[in-house]
Design a protein around this ligand. Structure first.
Ligand SMILES: [Zn+2]
Length: 129
């Protein structure tokens, strides 16, 4: 029987909550309960086609201050909120996760919204004129 990766993640989170409750570690039990609820909310959003940031719930779209900020697939796999290629993070939460895992000088670009990506050289010209 093939188990959906999301259901497996839910199963693992429930087991972690039960483990921490059993150990009397209610702080970690609460943290894992929050992760569990976020994961469920994320999948409800997918089902209802209401995309939002996994971490802060900001609705997707540059009108909401949530343009597409792209990073390499190998980088995304290190910060993905769903533990695989899925998930959606706003630029602020994406950057927070990069910092949390200790990544620096990560190539990235906005591909929607009002910002146009320019080189450091172009930036220096703008600020010296
Ligand atoms: Zn966010």
């Amino acid at each position: 029987m093939r188990i959906d990766p999301w259901l497996h993640q839910i199963y693992m989170l429930i087991n972690q909550v039960l483990y921490f409750v059993n150990e009397g570690d209610f702080k970690n039990a609460e943290l894992n309960t929050k992760s569990l609820l976020k994961s469920i909310q994320y999948h409800l959003d997918l089902k209802n086609k209401t995309a939002a940031c996994y971490d802060c719930r900001r609705p997707y779209g540059h009108d909401n201050g949530f343009p597409d900020l792209l990073v390499q697939k190998s980088v995304w796999q290190k910060i993905s909120p769903t533990g695989h290629e899925g998930g959606l993070l706003c630029p602020c939460c994406l950057i927070k996760r990069l910092v949390d895992v200790g990544l620096k000088d990560v190539p990235a670009t906005f591909v929607s919204g009002p910002l146009k990506m320019i080189t450091e050289e172009e930036m220096n010209k703008i600020f010296t004129n």
